[in-house]
Design a protein around this ligand. Structure first.
Ligand code: 5GP
Length: 113
């Protein structure tokens, strides 16, 4: 079944997009938990890291560099930022299309349960 992120990729629902190329899309989280909270996703439908395969190695490697480029373009790279990906129930994953939270623009606190 198609996720909400697939609908954003397909432009069926709007999002505040900050970066797009043929393989990736990045947009502001609708419910930000930091001054800057961007979600970065590959357009390929992968459920989460647990479902990624060797075939996805190059794509996921490039995704790291997209995260870094976005942080730099937003001017938060030097001060620092955090990248998180949630996996399944214990990880708190709600949308089952792999995505990376890019959090910054302020000091990101310690994770608490
Ligand atoms: P997860 O908990 O799966 O790691 O994170 C899903 C994230 O997607 C949440 O931070 C949530 O706020 C965000 N989100 C859910 N639905 C939408 C939406 O329709 N648009 C945007 N921009 N973000 C969404």
């Amino acid at each position: 079944m198609s996720t909400i992120f697939q609908k954003i990729i397909d432009k069926e629902i709007p999002a505040n997009i900050v970066y797009e190329d043929s393989e990736f899309l990045a947009f502001h989280d609708i419910n930000p938990v930091a001054k800057i909270h961007i979600l970065v996703i590959p357009k390929k439908e992968i459920r989460n890291l647990d479902e990624a395969t060797e075939e996805d190695a190059l794509l996921l490697g490039k995704l790291q560099l997209v995260l870094e480029k976005i942080a730099r373009d937003l001017g938060i790279a030097k001060d620092g930022y955090r990248v998180i990906t949630n996996i399944n129930g214990n990880g708190g994953q709600e949308v089952f299309h792999i995505h990376y939270h890019l959090l910054g623009g302020e000091k990101i606190g310690v994770l608490n349960k």
